[in-house]
Design a protein. Sequence first.
Lengths: 247, 259
Amino acid sequence: MEKDLKPVIQVKNVNKSFGENHVLRDFSMEVLPGENLVILGKSGSGKSVLIKCIINLIQPDSGQIIVLDHDINELDQDELDRLRAKVGFLFQSNALYDSMTVRENLEFPLRIHWTKEERAKNAENAVKEALEDVGLAHTVNMMPSELSGGMRKRIALARALILNPSVILYDEPTTGLDPITAREISELMMEVQKKYNATSVIISHDLNCIRITSNRVIMLIDGRCYADDTFENLRLSKDPKIREFFD
Amino acid sequence: MKLNFPNIEKNQFLNEIGDISRFTARFFREVSKPKQEYREFINQCYWIGYKTLTLVGITAFIMGLVLTIQSRPTLVEFGAESYLPSMVSVSLIREIAPVITALICAGKIGSGMGAELGSMRVTEQIDAMEVSGTNPFKYLVVTRVMAATLMVPVLSSLANAISLYGGYLGVNIRGQVSWHLYWFQVFGVLDFSDMLPSLVKTFFFGFAIGIIGTYKGYNSTKGTEGVGRSATTAVIVASLLVFIIDLIAVQITDILGLT
């Protein structure tokens, strides 16, 4: 990565606690355009809290978060909604709306960000294209309950892509999937990253997924950035705390 | 270390009251803002109103029938059998039909809202809605509370009519009262002061059921266990509130001289 590129995401000295549990301690990081950054850490280490702070689903206690040149703490609700349209979020649990079909799930973000005319003209094609990108065009009228775990993950990814986001946040994208499906999802993430030229932040502790997807890995330990390097360099590290993840 | 359990429970209770008050205040703020989710509101009216109609109708019919059959022996004992339609209709319209309808709605609608929103909360669907730019409070809470506030009075009015019809059949099981005479007696004894307070309080019943059901679901935590707890407590609190509102309504009606 070139050093003079302007970061897409900047997290500066962020702290977040839940009661006595200090999840993030003076945490800082930057994500450059087109980068695939993986945040690696144990369960409960604050990875999901960090990614939710980036999209302002959780407000940090202190510190600054800048996404696509916007300080998210200074945005009003309309500005935040407009920014969120440029950020796709793949939830750990997929978060597909149970009561809606696949089509309605994918169209849901459009109802806010597109006008009625735009929806009438382009929604059908947008849904079709997003589903084709994840290889599930035939599921358009199915309910989420009729889909397998891997299919639901793909549909959730299609929904995250529907607004052509500049940034995609993945919260443990391969958790709960068998190794083959997990690999397929990791490869799919790479494909969409290339097609949409998006910057990705991936929360994961699945080493295969990290190996396939990452340009850079940040290791989160005790709420702090413990290491920041490539997957290969971390894999070869002799630091006992880093070795815990690879052994 | 000294543990003082009653104080802990008292604080939790007061905190809960405070949270529900803030939730209700937010409801009024969101209602007053433009851009309402009319489509979802209509959808919820269908689910709350139409889908509860059969249950309410059957219950109301049995209620009218049973009340009439049970009341007959006492009236016969006093030689006042001819007052049966009048007595049953006043009991049904003023009190029994609205309260039983509200309790059925608290059970079906309250638990449904608690479970649905609770499940959406723990599976991050509410977060997904927020990320997509939709205001989840407006989309999920405002529409459901408004639909419950509107539909419970409609269901209660239908329950009134169906229970009176049940009463007619009840009267005729062991007696002989013509269709015209029955309704003549029913409407002869009912007046404005019976109908209006009964209708007005059902709006409050509906509002309370909607607020409690959505509050419990929207603030659900602790996974599937929390969803179950949200559904159960929504029914308990909403049912309790129905009785409290009924008590207050009776007092107000009494003070206003509408008894």
